[in-house]
Design a protein around this ligand. Structure first.
Ligand code: ADP
Ligand code: ADP
Length: 220
């Protein structure tokens, strides 16, 4: 469960990116976050990841007030969160396997456990056969699936995606959304920032709409 209680965020330059946002996201929910460019979508995700801190208000995740998480607690906090980016942010000189393994290597998992988990994640996104491939040889949709496998390989409770289908055609975008739904169905809270209203309004999930930093709709 993620709770935002009257959260405002003002950046150093004085711009108020979020204004008094209050919302509750259930443990088993998949929600879309929409709004024009600059509406505050990425800021909301960055606050959950503790890349940024709110100026006012509180964020509570599974009973823990993020204000209480000090700098040294941030890596542990982030281990519960998988993140998917629009531009994949893959390492192009490493294999698919190595890209997906990266979070586990950083977290110090044992060699055999890494192999087991990486193959399980690649299997879930349908890319087990490509583990030795270099990302450059994959299509855009496949690269995005590698990004998703990397985001889920450490079994996070929360999956955040910032415009994950921004560079994909409608058919591939729908496939990527189905993958997010599959992870949601096994109990992962999923928050997807997207301005692709045509796509997200066809899927039956709650849509949160931001306008100039204010939450103007949190309905379905
Ligand atoms: P969105 O993801 O909906 O496009 P953002 O959260 O990226 O919106 O941005 C919300 C507002 O905050 C925008 O006006 C943007 O220019 C501003 N903003 C975002 N990041 C920063 C930053 N690091 N410093 C100052 N202003 C920022
Ligand atoms: P932009 O500044 O154009 O929004 P970035 O490439 O800087 O694009 O970041 C895209 C998004 O990825 C950001 O909005 C932020 O939410 C997220 N992000 C950026 N840096 C990190 C990081 N080090 N760890 C996790 N997420 C990040």
């Amino acid at each position: 469960m993620i709770t935002f209680d009257r959260v405002s965020k003002r950046y150093a330059e004085g711009h108020e990116a979020l204004r008094e946002v209050s919302v509750e996201l259930g443990r088993d929910e998949l929600v879309f976050l929409t709004g024009h460019s600059g509406a505050g979508k990425s800021t909301l995700l960055r606050l959950i990841m503790l890349i940024e801190r709110p100026t006012r208000g509180q964020i509570i995740i599974d009973g823990e007030n993020l204000a209480k998480v000090k700098a040294r607690g941030i890596p542990r906090h982030r281990r519960n969160i998988g993140v998917v980016f629009q531009n994949h942010q893959l390492l192009f000189d490493r294999t698919v396997f190595d890209n997906v393994a990266l979070p586990l290597v950083i977290a110090g998992y044992e060699h055999r456990e890494i192999g087991r988990r990486v193959r399980a994640a690649l299997d879930k996104v349908g890319l087990l056969a490509r583990e030795r491939a270099l990302p450059i040889t994959l299509s855009g949709g496949e690269q995005q699936r590698v990004g998703i496998a990397r985001a889920v390989v450490a079994k996070p409770r929360i999956l955040l995606a910032d415009e994950p289908t921004g560079n994909l055609d409608p058919a591939l975008s729908a496939e990527i959304m189905q993958l997010f739904e599959a992870f949601n169905q096994v109990g992962v809270t999923v928050v997807i920032a997207s301005h692709d209203l045509a796509l997200i309004s066809r899927l039956r999930h709650r849509i949160l709409t931001l306008r100039e930093g204010r939450l103007v709709s949190s309905g379905g």
